[in-house]
Design a protein. Structure first.
Lengths: 602, 602
């Protein structure tokens, strides 16, 4: 077992000591790398807080001085000391207030800078990771990493790392002060560190496990939530609401129980610290009281010792709150750093080969592919698609057509052999170059929220409105887009809710048209179109494909009419390969398929 | 133009108290606990105030007179009080966990249930990221407010009130100065409310937008990868994240401003009190001891005063969260169950559309409706194919039949009963739907297929799978128990579609409504499914959206939908013969098959 990347993410109590250490180090490394660029700012903020605290501490002394010195002076008719004290008090107050205000803004800036850095890293990593990862990790979990996990990290940051440093400094100074004033009381305070350490150790052990569980539980809740919301039509159509309520209720209750457990831990920690603090004060008082009564200790010293030991525990509550937030964030960091640790199985080349304007010659050389070793989808084969050719890929469901197509778009890398574009191994191309040259349109035409125009422009960011309209016109999408309430500026809403499946396909066709790639792959891209629309698309394709390489997968063999070459696939192998007319005239598998298809027509 | 978009923010926001009152239905069961928690918190504060008093007595009394016998008793008292304080903390925290997490969980479940109850039209409008951020972040704000915020807000305000009274008793003049000095604080407090409320709301909305972007970037990852647009997506995400960062900084500026006043006011007040107090003392109006007591008490008030800033921002954050949740809770469900539902014991399955009109909510009032005047009757046992161009409203008709939307005019009747007079539950038992966009849930194959009729036996399951030609499921790693969907094995488009079809068939409804159910299937499989489907269709009423002639041939009659009306109804052959429009819509794109057919008929 391993905890590398996202593996073992759902494990809790059974993590070994070394695995826990490994996870903790990974989180800390991430935190460190996030804070490093902000060193200067962190120091500045700490400076602000130290000065303003010192100014605040000045207050009582000034009041004392005002009473002790200012009053007698005033009685003698000298107002200056009193006015001086008041002035100092005012200046110190204004200054410390201003500094605290500045500190508040600085802290927010630090925490936001860290957050945006982390958000971007996780977002980019999500985009970088291969489909293989996404298929097993599930969208709900990756969403929960980027939402609720980042939320708990934000809480830690808002709590302020500075305050931690401040509290610790404060406690340190107080302890030193106590030892200087009365070493015996200092000894008592040191003794109180033992129960303190025990309590904190207990809390860390328990809370680490609970918070880890809590991240898993919240991810489960989010996964269920997202799945329900994206599948709302099916949920309602099949009356899944009541069953969903029960399932979600159970997950929510589970999440509640874990949350309650983590809060309960804190509910022991915080009063525990208060108790230790109060008892320490009592013991200091006890040891001091006897000494004062016997005259071994001045009463003022005892008072100071009691005040110091009390003040030592004052920042404890802040510290406990911080520690709690830290443990919660640490669990989140653990998961997030796991995602960041994942290496894409389809990696970017270290030194990419620049791609000259692509001609579109695609070659498979001794390529073999298996999603998982032992379950081979495509046995070893060679294939050469010369630039400018249109190839139709035919075969029954599960024959491996889509897999072959996805290999060209580099959704996956071949298990063996290599695929080249104009002689360059796909693995040596920067993904930007590759996808400028190779574009794949699938049956599932996903629309992003935003306008219709935005969605088409995804094919070529920065395209002008005229170019967008031209692309839509070319694929016959223009008339329906114009009939929408806002034309090209109509918001397509979530998942293209009310844009029909066929219309979505037209939009995604326009997108591909606008992208203008050297190699175009169409995987069942016209399945939802009505026949007249398909006819329009076919016509557009004929112009579009004239000077580029195309690979078309379609169940409807009408597509074959525009192909130069047909490949028939069966169980991962190419069993027939030839010009369409040639194959139709023959007696092979394609001839049979074609006949069946013709029968199915009107 | 009437737009039923997201509810616009009211120009005059209701007061925070009114807004928070919306929490009541969920918070009521926790109310008593919150009150008790307040009492405990107050008691703890009082106890912690009593400890210094004991100390003072001890120091002033026995210690000054050098009497060690009183020491143990006083120390014991201090220790006991300290233990009581810690005990009260612990009790309060432990006591409030259950009720607070209970409120959160109750709201979370109610929120989810409400979302499932709301019609599809609502979900078309609301991106699921916005809903997700409400169900997670906003609800945890509510929990924290109930467990901590409201308790301390009330307790600290009471403490400040008591403190001011004590000050008044000690020295009315100084107390008045103190109170007058605090006036700017109250003014700024109100300003803060207005300023902070706006940014708090904006920040939570922007966080929701960010969640939406995350969700889309994950669900649309295939498109982003196919076009190599990870960078573009990142840029968009970054600009949104920067907006959120800007809002958060703005929020911190608001907090900094109120902090400044919270620190400044006591300091200025202290300074003036010092000035006036010493002056009064010099005149002999008050004693030095009285002056010291005044400052000592005023100092106690500093912490509650300072905490008000933090507690107020917590209150306003929660208020924004409650507002956001209320928007969903108060969304009116337009597709409701009738008050006095009609019950159909044995549905025969006559489905009729009578003068049905439908326009999406965002269509202009005078604009063209999607369905203008649809009249169509499907007799029991009959299979009707619905044919029309992309975007003509076929899918909408299917969705209207299952009341995913309600008609804007006219009526749809099942066995003569207006479907709005049935409960949705019952209607959807009689009518089962299969969508082109096949949604599978994270559950076993068995559960997915038997979604519409969980109590159906193995036999029905096997039959449905056979009809949909989905026997591939038996070859999955765990057969029918294999987990599929988001969190399970990913299936191809064709496989998913067949399972969705099997699901509709297994529901064994009176009326089957299928939206282009075979679009992703290859020719061979399609033929097999069609052959099997014929058996089911003889005993069920069916409405099938079709694009291909082969699917149309399953039907007894065909309806041609165009421009929001049923243009013609008849058998496939009749329509081919008499309707040029029909031939345009359904005939394949070259004329050859058309001629072939005529040759056959000749």
């Amino acid at each position: 077992m391993t905890v590398l990347g996202v593996q073992g993410e759902e494990r809790g109590a059974d993590l070994s000591r070394s695995e826990r250490r490994q996870l903790r180090r990974r989180s800390l490394r991430l935190l460190g790398s996030l804070m490093r660029p902000l060193r200067g700012r962190l120091v500045l903020t700490m400076g602000l807080v130290v000065v303003s605290t010192a100014l605040q501490a000045l207050g009582p002394a000034v009041i004392a001085w005002g009473i002790d010195t200012g009053l007698p002076a005033l009685v003698k008719g000298m107002a200056l000391p009193l006015v001086g004290a008041v002035a100092i008090y005012l200046v110190a107050g204004v200054l410390s207030g201003t500094l605290i205000a500045a500190y508040t803004i600085q802290t927010a800036q630090i925490s936001q800078a860290i957050l945006i850095d982390l958000r971007k890293r996780v977002f980019l990593q999500t985009q970088r990771l291969s489909l293989e990862f996404h298929e097993t990790y599930t969208s709900g979990r990756i969403i929960s990493r980027q939402t609720s996990d980042l939320d708990s990290i934000r809480e830690l940051l808002d709590g302020g790392v500075n305050e931690l440093v401040m509290s610790v400094l404060y406690m340190l100074f107080t302890a030193v002060g106590l030892v200087l004033v009365d070493p015996t009381s200092g000894l008592v305070l040191v003794c109180s560190f033992l129960p303190l350490a025990l309590l904190l150790g207990w809390f860390q052990r328990k809370s680490e496990a609970v918070f880890r569980e809590s991240r898993v539980a919240s991810a489960k809740l989010i996964v269920h939530f997202v799945e329900t919301m994206t599948g709302m039509r099916a949920v309602q159509a099949f009356r899944k609401e009541a069953r969903n309520n029960a399932e979600y209720g159970e997950l929510a209750e589970h999440y509640r129980r874990i949350n309650a457990r983590s809060i309960r831990l804190f509910a022991v920690l915080d009063p525990g610290l208060t108790l230790i603090g109060n008892l320490t004060v009592a013991i200091v008082l006890l040891t001091g009281g006897f000494r004062v009564a016997t005259g071994d200790l001045a009463i003022g010293v005892l008072l100071a010792a009691v005040l110091y030991s009390r003040r030592f525990f004052d920042p404890m509550e802040d510290l406990a709150t911080f520690y709690n937030a830290y443990q919660s964030a640490a669990a989140a960091l653990e998961k997030v750093s796991g995602v960041l640790e994942e290496r894409p199985t389809v990696p970017e080349p270290a030194s990419p080969v620049p791609l000259p304007p692509a001609r579109g010659n695609v070659r498979f050389e001794q390529v073999r592919f298996a999603y998982k070793e032992g379950r081979e989808v495509l046995p070893r084969f060679d294939l050469d698609v010369p630039a400018g050719h249109t190839v139709a890929l035919v075969g029954s469901t599960g024959a491996g057509k889509s897999t072959l197509a996805k290999l060209i778009a580099r959704f996956y890398d071949p298990s063996d052999g290599r695929i080249t574009l104009d002689g360059v191994d796909l693995r040596d191309l920067a993904s930007n170059d590759l996808h400028r040259a190779v574009v794949m349109v699938t049956q599932e035409a996903y629309l992003f929220s935003g306008s219709v125009a935005d969605n088409i422009a995804l094919g070529r960011p920065g395209a002008s409105r005229a170019e967008i309209v031209a692309a839509a016109e070319a694929v016959g999408a223009d008339p329906f887009i114009r009939s929408l309430p806002g034309g090209y500026d109509t918001d397509v809403n979530k998942r293209g809710g009310r844009v029909s499946a066929g219309q979505r396909q037209l939009i995604s066709f326009a997108r591909a048209f606008l992208a203008d790639p050297a190699v175009l792959i169409l995987d069942e891209a016209t399945a939802s179109l009505d026949i007249p629309s398909e006819r329009l698309v076919q016509r557009a394709l004929q112009t579009l494909l004239a000077d580029r390489t195309a690979l078309i997968i379609a169940h409807r063999l009408s597509t074959v009419a525009i192909a130069d070459r047909v490949l028939v696939m069966e169980r991962g192998r190419i069993v027939e390969d030839g010009a369409p007319d040639e194959l139709i005239a023959g007696t092979g598998r394609f001839a049979t398929l074609h006949a069946a298809w013709k029968d199915s027509l009107v | 133009m009437t737009r039923t978009a997201k509810p616009a923010r009211p120009t005059r926001a209701p007061s925070t108290l009114t807004a928070m009152r919306k929490l009541m239905p969920f918070a009521r069961p926790a109310l008593r606990s919150v009150l008790i928690a307040m009492v405990m918190a107050l008691a703890a504060s009082l106890v912690s105030l009593a400890i210094p008093q004991v100390l003072q007595r001890l120091v002033d009394g026995p210690l000054r007179s050098g009497d060690p016998s009183a020491v143990p008793g006083a120390v014991a008292l201090v220790a006991v009080l300290g233990a009581i304080e810690a005990g009260l903390y612990a009790l309060r925290r432990a006591y409030i966990i259950g009720p607070a997490t209970g409120v959160e969980t109750r709201m979370r479940r109610a929120f989810y249930a409400k979302l499932q109850d709301l019609p599809v039209a609502f979900h078309d409008r609301w991106p699921s990221g916005q809903l997700l951020s409400r169900s997670m972040s906003d609800l945890s704000l509510v929990r924290r407010f109930i467990a901590f915020g409201v308790v301390y807000l009330v307790v600290n305000v009471i403490t400040i009130g008591i403190g001011v009274v004590v000050l008044l008793l000690l020295n009315p003049l100084l107390a008045v100065i103190f109170t007058v000095c605090s006036i700017p604080l109250w003014i700024n407090g109100f300003r803060f409310e207005q300023r902070y409320n706006v940014v708090a709301r904006r920040s939570q909305d922007q966080a929701g937008d960010l969640a939406t972007l995350v969700e889309e970037s994950v669900h649309g990852i295939r498109v982003l990868k196919a076009f190599g647009r990870g960078r573009t997506a990142l840029e968009q995400f970054t600009s949104r994240a920067e907006e959120l960062r800007g809002t958060e900084i703005e929020k911190s500026r608001a907090v900094a401003a109120i902090w400044l006043w919270l620190l400044l006011v006591p300091d200025v007040a202290f300074a003036f009190c010092l000035l006036v107090g010493v002056w009064q003392a010099s005149l002999g109006h008050i004693t030095v001891g009285g002056l010291v007591a005044f400052f000592a008490t005023a100092t106690v008030l500093r912490f509650p005063l300072e905490s008000i800033g933090f507690l107020l921002s917590m209150l306003f954050d929660t208020r924004a969260a409650v507002d956001r949740l209320s928007e969903v809770f108060e969304s009116e469900n337009t597709v409701r169950d009738p008050e006095h539902p009609v019950h159909i014991t044995e549905a025969r399955g006559r489905l009729s559309f009578e003068a049905v009109r439908f326009a999406y909510p965002d269509t202009a009032a005078d604009g063209p409706a999607l369905l203008e005047h649809v009249d169509l009757a499907i007799e029991p046992g009959e299979t009707m194919a619905l044919v029309g161009l992309t975007g003509s409203g076929k899918t909408t008709m299917v969705e209207l039949a299952g009341r995913l939307y309600d008609v804007t005019g006219g009526a749809i009747r099942l066995d003569g009963v207006d479907i709005r007079d049935l409960t949705r539950e019952e209607l959807r038992t009689h009518i089962a739907m299969a969508f082109e966009d096949a949604t599978l849930f994270s559950a076993s194959v068995r559960d997915n297929v038997l979604l519409g009729r969980p109590d159906a036996g193995e036999e029905a399951l096997a039959e449905a799978l056979e009809i949909a030609q989905a026997s591939f499921v038996y070859d999955l790693p765990e057969g029918l128990d294999t987990r599929i969907g988001e969190e399970g094995l990913s299936l191809s488009g064709g496989q998913r579609q067949r399972l969705a079809l099997a699901r509709a068939v297994a529901a064994n409804p009176a009326v089957l409504v299928l939206d282009d159910p075979l679009s992703a299937l290859d020719v061979d499989t399609e033929a097999l499914v069609e052959a099997a489907l014929r058996r089911v269709l003889t005993r069920t009423t069916a409405l099938i959206v079709a694009h291909r002639p082969s699917t149309v041939q399953l039907a007894d009659r065909v309806a041609l939908l165009e421009d929001g009306r049923i243009l013609d109804v008849g058998t496939h052959t009749e329509l081919l013969a008499r309707s040029e429009r029909y031939r345009f819509v359904i005939s394949s794109f070259d004329d050859r098959p058309q001629r072939d057919r005529e040759e056959v008929r000749a």
